[in-house]
Ligand binder design. Structure first.
Ligand code: PLP
Length: 296
């Protein structure tokens, strides 16, 4: 398998009409370039979990997720590279044709166990307390070690160059990491991709403990909920690609870029703001869309 290459990370400064108009600058941190499968924030979130598993002498990782989960695929790939066994509990009945995400995870040696929704929730609770020779990683890599790992994303840019660090949030673990590594008074703008996740801000603050950065969570750009989308979002993603050559995914980064564009149009960012948008990867999930939906 292809090695993980942090050297591939770039900071792009695409031409961005709304940026010129509103006198702000917009840069994109391309974590999507780290690896085709372990793309984006997941490798950062996983690193200290895997390190701890090894220190404790555990041979096997157990984790949880859905059929198109970036976390599942990233965990499969990272475990193969780290020489750890991997088992994933997948939410929902086993489909007749597995998703490309699950086929790839299997090819990487991950064992998949399909559970109907109620049983899945029950198992998550039971396994969370398990010790033994397995090491449990929460769904989506949620947790303190995940946030500490995500804080190392800041090694790939110079925080002093930006007034606002913007990212998409699922569990909020990456946001917590960015908040932990933020400079005093630096703005962290977190776009929730879930509908009505009222817990998000408290979850992030709990994970980030003593940060001096300023957190804003925004809940208006979920497009109907997790992994839901509308034609307006797809149209924007295609236009954004045409203008910037930056591809995005419809679950996370498409919603982030849409939100930042809309917020900028509505003067959310004062003139002179310097934004860094974290491209957290996730492009493999676009394979769940019909062919031709996206132009990239
Ligand atoms: C998992 C994921 C996120 C969300 O990360 P959290 O730490 O759960 O908030 C954002 N973007 C992409 C592409 C992801 O795969």
């Amino acid at each position: 398998m292809q090695e993980i290459s942090f050297a591939n990370i770039t900071i792009d400064v695409p031409s961005y009409p709304v940026a010129d108009e509103k006198e702000i600058t917009v840069a994109v941190l391309r974590l999507d370039k780290v690896h085709p499968l372990i793309s984006g924030n997941k490798i950062f979130k996983l690193r200290y979990y895997l390190e701890e598993a090894k220190l404790l002498g555990r041979k096997k990782i157990i984790t949880f997720g859905g059929a198109w989960s970036n976390h599942i695929l990233a965990t499969a790939a990272a475990c193969q590279l780290a020489d750890l066994e991997a088992t994933a509990y997948i939410r929902g009945e086993e489909p007749v044709t597995p998703s490309s995400t699950l086929s790839e995870a299997r090819q990487l040696g991950m064992k998949l166990i399909f559970l109907a929704r109620e049983e899945y929730t029950r198992q998550k609770r039971i396994l969370a307390d398990e010790t033994g020779d397995a090491y449990i990683i929460h769904e989506g890599g949620y947790g303190t070690k995940g946030a500490e790992g995500a804080a190392t994303i800041a090694q790939h840019f110079n925080p002093a160059e930006y007034t606002h660090i913007c990212c998409a949030a699922g569990t909020g673990t990456m946001t917590a990491g960015l908040l932990m590594s933020a400079l005093p008074a630096q703005q962290i703008v977190s776009i929730s991709v879930l509908k009505n996740n009222v817990q998000l801000e408290a979850d992030i603050q709990a994970l980030a403990a003593s940060s001096t950065g300023k957190l804003t969570t925004i809940h208006d750009y979920h497009f109907g909920g997790y992994a839901k989308y509308k034609p307006e979002l797809i149209h924007f993603m295609n236009e954004f690609y045409r203008q910037t050559m930056v591809p995005s995914d419809f679950v996370y980064t498409g919603k982030l870029f849409f939100a930042i564009n809309d917020l900028a149009k509505n003067n959310f960012f004062p003139p002179g703001s310097k934004l860094l948008l974290v491209h957290s990867g996730g492009l493999q999930g676009n394979a769940s869309l019909n062919k031709g939906t996206l132009i990239f």
